[in-house]
Ligand binder design. Structure first.
Ligand code: PEP
Length: 257
């Protein structure tokens, strides 16, 4: 049970030490939601240092499916953990599409992350033509099945982000009704194949979340949080999204604790 909504920023190949300083300054008085900033690998040590005294946590945007060795250009989950990263995005549409990553490779990355004590945020979602061909449920099932089979009970420790490819960077987020439906499909697949441990999997939505639509999306019970791209590198916009998340979060009270 994790009632605080989770907001994850994906900086993609953007950001700088100056932007980290702006976030660190803004974070002194941060809305009461869980917040993670996933930065490019070289910025991770700086992010960890800049955000250490704030409620914001940092993470990375990808990791290797290998633990170490002759893999030029790769970064292991263990390295990410040692540099202070608590989360790592795996299977983002820009990696599945632009780098032809397979479900098997993504599962290996998630496994490495869990072994390193880093929480994998596994992205899944259908392309426009798959949506139009009413293939969404099939695609989500295919993207989740290996994950469930290989991770077993460890599935309980991952985060899944439903990111329809057509919504990413389009300025056109999925409607709250569609998000509810897709997350219901995801929850059903997980429950059927993974059993009760699937209930702990936090289900996020990503795709053109901005300060205007964040409240409507985050207010849905099915939505445990959001993954944010473009708006995540604009501190005021990211903060507004986190404010919406805080309004929709049930924070533990002293009596309940
Ligand atoms: C993303 O990159 O995961 C994303 C959701 O991007 P955007 O918010 O810009 O659509």
């Amino acid at each position: 049970m994790n009632p605080a909504k989770l907001v994850v920023g994906n900086w993609k190949m953007n950001g700088s030490a100056a932007l980290l300083r702006a976030f660190a300054a803004a974070a002194r008085d941060w809305p009461a939601c869980e917040t993670v900033v996933c930065v490019p690998h070289p910025l991770l040590p700086l992010a960890h240092a800049a955000l250490a005294a704030t409620p914001l946590r940092c993470g990375a945007q990808d990791c290797s499916g290998e633990d170490g060795g002759a893999y030029t250009g790769e970064v292991s989950a263990r390295m990410i953990g040692e540099l202070g990263g608590r989360y790592v995005i795996v299977g983002h549409a820009e990696r599945r599409g632009g780098h032809a990553e397979t479900d098997g490779q993504i599962v290996a990355k998630a496994q490495r992350a869990l072994a390193a004590g880093v929480t994998p945020i596994v992205c899944i979602g259908e392309k426009a033509e798959e949506r139009d061909g009413e293939q969404t449920a099939l695609v989500l099932r295919r993207q989740l099945l290996q994950l469930v089979r290989v991770l077993g009970r460890d599935i309980a420790s991952i985060v899944v982000s439903y990111e329809p490819v057509w919504a990413i960077g389009s300025g056109d987020a999925a409607t709250p009704g569609l998000i509810d439906h897709a997350l219901g499909v995801v929850a059903g697949i997980l429950a059927f194949h993974a059993g009760p441990c699937a209930r702990s999997v936090r289900l996020l939505y990503g795709g053109s979340v901005d300060p205007r639509n964040a409240g409507a999306i985050l207010s849905r019970d099915a939505v445990a949080g959001v993954l944010v791209g473009a708006a995540a590198v604009v501190p005021e916009d990211f903060r507004e999204i986190c404010k919406a998340a805080a309004r929709c979060s049930v924070m533990p009270t002293r009596d309940a604790a």
